[in-house]
Design a protein around this ligand. Structure first.
Ligand code: UTP
Length: 402
């Protein structure tokens, strides 16, 4: 009766009819999906917008990092050897822009040899371990949609030569999707359409998974969280870690200088004195074009989605609400006659929390500028900007044989 009441009070009669007809394990699974729905979230229609006073944030330039390289490396490397840093690979996204239905990390960047994105990232992690004589535990966040395939891929590739006991997987949550009228959609006969709920909940999901109690993770005090799609990024970079540790900040962010005011990248700023990533479409044109006395863009720190987070601070803010973003999306669904429809245009909303909002909750952040051509080659799109082609060109430029 509880289910019935809940569905009726939220205008979901069509799902009530499905539930009434369903049987056995399928009915039980549908009940679990309905019970997990956050109805308040489902009712949201507006994403959060900046409303406070936006100002530039000060960070460390690439030149300064280079000057202090040795000192910072020593501090970071020691921290890695003490097992105080874990790497967290965010691989729960759907990679819809790339257009592959496999996990994005399985995408082959090679031209003459097999070179999956996961393999490239593992090589980057291994390079840091070798330079510091350390082994960094790695937690891989997957989603309900790609968990099995991701684990199998690592296994088939012998964990890319990494010690298996230092690699763990955990699954992020999903959130139900609705059409533009707020009606739940069916993905299969007795299954609601749902999507991974964004990368903002990585810490909550990681804690819940119990992975942090595993031997390799017990001493961890910091996390280096990074996106699956930047094939050039340095992972567990001791210089970045050393800079963040000595700054006293609870978060560090690898940033690149924006190439031009119009570049479509989120920019690290201060909002009412607190770090905040402002999306390119949220930054007014006069601010995007403003320059300092050296002629540099005032708001120049483009985020690369490679962050350091301090564990104690994450624990402290764990209970605080993180904003939910409403995203228009193409959601495949079953129509009233039970036929599968794969829409060509967005037909509904998905709900997600974002890691950039976690940065604001952390309260302090050190932007560390890295050289774009050496550390930033995102694979977002099949063609054009930030695509397979542009990332391959950058890999070749950095001496990687494809
Ligand atoms: P993106 O914002 O690029 O999203 O994710 P995406 O889902 O991979 O790709 P599109 O937008 O559908 O084309 C940035 C990083 O956050 C991870 C992604 O795997 C990527 O590493 N992510 C994103 C998650 O782990 N979970 C999510 O729910 C969303």
């Amino acid at each position: 009766m509880e289910i019935e009441k809940r569905l009726l009070s939220h205008g979901q009669e069509h799902i009530l009819r499905v539930w009434q007809k369903a049987q056995g394990e399928e009915k039980a699974a549908l009940e679990r999906q309905i019970a997990a729905i956050d109805w308040d979230m489902l009712g949201l229609r507006e994403s959060v917008r900046p409303c406070g006073k936006i100002e530039p944030i000060s960070g460390i330039s690439a030149e300064e990092l280079d000057k202090r390289k040795e000192e910072l490396f020593t501090i970071g490397a020691q921290t890695l050897r003490e097992g105080k840093l874990a790497a967290v690979l965010l691989a729960g996204g759907q990679g819809t822009r790339l257009g592959s239905d496999k996990p994005k990390g399985a995408f082959d960047m090679g031209l003459t040899r097999h070179l999956p994105i996961f393999g490239l990232l593992m090589e980057n992690l291994k390079a840091a371990c070798a330079a510091c004589s350390a082994i960094v535990p790695l937690a891989v966040m997957t989603s309900a949609k790609n968990d099995g395939e991701t684990r199998a891929f690592f296994k088939e590739h012998g964990f890319f030569g990494y010690p298996e006991e230092y690699v763990g997987f955990f699954v992020q949550d999903t959130a139900a999707c609705v059409d533009f009228n707020g009606k739940l959609l069916l993905e299969e006969k007795n299954t609601l359409a749902a999507a991974p709920n964004g990368n903002g909940g990585w810490y909550t999901s990681l804690v819940r998974s119990g992975l942090l109690e595993r031997e390799a993770f017990k001493t961890v005090q910091w996390f280096n969280v990074f996106a699956v799609d930047n094939v050039l990024q340095k992972i567990a970079d001791p210089v970045f870690l050393g800079a963040t540790l000595t700054s006293g900040c609870k978060t560090g962010a690898k940033v690149v200088k924006k190439v031009c005011p119009e570049e479509r990248v989120g920019v690290l700023c201060l909002e009412n004195g607190v770090p905040r990533v402002v999306e390119y479409y949220e930054l007014p044109s006069d601010m995007a074009n403003a320059r300092d006395t050296d002629g540099e863009l005032l708001y120049r720190y483009g985020v690369t989605l490679n962050y350091l987070f301090e564990k104690n601070k994450l624990e402290e803010i764990a209970g605080r609400g993180i904003p939910v973003h409403v995203v228009e999306k193409k959601i495949p669904y079953l129509d009233e006659r039970g036929n599968k429809v794969v829409p060509e245009r967005p037909n509904g909303y998905k709900f997600e929390t974002l890691i950039l909002d976690l940065v604001a909750l952390m309260g302090s952040c050190l932007p560390c500028e890295v050289v774009r051509e050496r550390e930033f080659a995102p694979v977002k799109n099949a063609q054009g900007v930030d695509s397979v082609e542009t990332a391959r060109a950058l890999l070749i430029k950095n001496g990687v044989e494809l």
